[in-house]
Design a protein around this ligand. Structure first.
Ligand code: NAD
Ligand code: UDP
Length: 339
């Protein structure tokens, strides 16, 4: 299959490219490197010994996107490109709506121009907002609590309307829980630009000595040990879910939202303990106050992914920490070109 991959140089996109190429698909990446490095694509080429088409441009540039999609004439699109920092989305909401919402509309228009009817979209569990019940299933009410989450919910709605209006169209909205870990080679991984907001990359930078200590945001939640509980999904499992999703989109019409998680919550303290096992030393931590807006627990119902995609997560938290540590310890400055 010919797969057009927006945001393919990013963390999740690069891991998915490895599996797409290994499965024999032909890919064209569309990325402006706003939050990624061309080195990631070089590493994917080395890992797979395959070529990768690249168009360096912005998804807000509708003409460039249409030209790229019509020239490549893909069978399917994977849409990773977007901005993802929750805090920044509150200070720069228009940038987030332009990139994540208008960018998605530009992509659908470009697909129409090229006659491409299949899309897999990177959505997020953040669309659910506060848990009315757990685990989150796909029928849980959608009520995001920040601009980032609202851009994802809007993009989901727009893709759903496009799929309804387009004969033979098929869309899969993958709602990721908490992607972590790295390719088992340690050659590609997550390379945050600034101080990481997310737990796992922060822990990785503490382990490698780039940060003094981890602040645990609250130990008085109603969880096993008082710290926040999340559903960490290995990025390698997540990449496999994308391959299953384009296969599904090739045989089914319509639009489906599907959770991608393990179904299991891990607390902050449990994750730190697993990382300590992976890196072989005790990590300095301090208990800090709760982070505003955080929920106690979030984890996925995984039945729909199993039933529709035939996919389930196979890698556990120790594998996630081991691969993260291999990437972080062998690439302490990430791809090294953005410091
Ligand atoms: P990432 O920042 O590593 O990758 C996003 C890619 O999109 C980058 O390569 C970036 O350069 C590119 N990009 C950004 N703006 C662009 C633009 N205007 N034009 C062209 N390219 C642009 O992020 P990621 O973690 O790989 O996330 C991929 C997708 O998954 C995003 O849409 C994100 O919102 C979603 N998602 C991520 C997480 C997570 O925790 N990592 C969770 C849920 C959903
Ligand atoms: N967390 C923490 N210290 C950090 C970053 C995160 O204690 O430096 C906690 C956070 O409060 C939450 C969990 O780790 O309970 C996961 O946070 P992350 O931002 O990675 O994911 P999200 O909250 O967006 O699901």
């Amino acid at each position: 299959m010919k797969v057009f991959v927006t945001g393919g140089a990013g963390y999740i996109g690069s891991h998915t490219l490895v599996q797409l190429l290994a499965a024999g698909h032909e890919v064209c990446v569309f990325d402006n490197f706003a939050n990624s490095s061309p080195v990631a694509l070089d590493r994917v080429r080395q890992l797979t010994n395959r070529g990768i088409g690249l168009v360096e441009a912005d998804i807000r540039d509708a003409d460039a996107l249409r030209d790229a999609v019509t020239t490549f004439a893909p069978d399917a699109v994977m849409h990773f490109a977007g901005l993802k920092a929750v805090g920044e989305s509150s200070s720069l909401p228009l940038l987030y709506y332009q990139t994540n919402v208008s960018g998605t509309m530009n992509l659908l228009a470009a697909m129409d121009a090229a006659g491409c009817k299949r899309i897999v979209f990177s959505s997020s569990a953040t669309v659910y907002g506060e848990a009315h019940y757990l685990p989150f299933d796909e029928d849980h009410p959608i009520a995001p609590t920040n601009p980032y989450g609202r851009t994802k919910a809007m993009a989901e709605g727009i893709i759903g309307d496009w799929a309804k209006a387009t004969a033979g169209a098929s869309a899969v909205l993958l709602r990721y829980f908490n992607p972590v870990g790295a390719h088992e080679s340690g050659r590609i991984g997550e390379d945050p630009r600034d101080i990481p907001n997310n737990l796992m990359p922060f822990v990785a930078q503490v382990a490698v000595g780039r940060r003094d200590r981890l602040s645990i945001f609250g130990d008085d939640y109603d969880t096993r040990d008082g710290t926040g509980e999340r559903d960490y999904i290995n990025v390698v499992d997540l990449a496999a879910a994308h391959l299953a999703a384009i296969e599904y989109a090739s045989r089914a019409a319509g639009c489906e939202a599907i959770n991608v998680g393990t179904g299991r919550g891990i607390t902050v303290k449990e994750l730190v303990a697993a990382y300590e096992r992976a890196c072989g030393r005790t990590l300095p931590v301090e208990i800090a106050s709760r982070r505003p807006g955080d929920v106690a627990s979030s984890y996925a119902a995984t039945v729909k992914a199993r039933d529709l995609l035939g996919w389930n997560a196979v890698l556990d938290i120790d594998a996630m920490c081991a691969s993260s540590w291999l990437w972080q310890s062998t690439n302490p400055d990430g791809y090294g070109d953005r410091q």
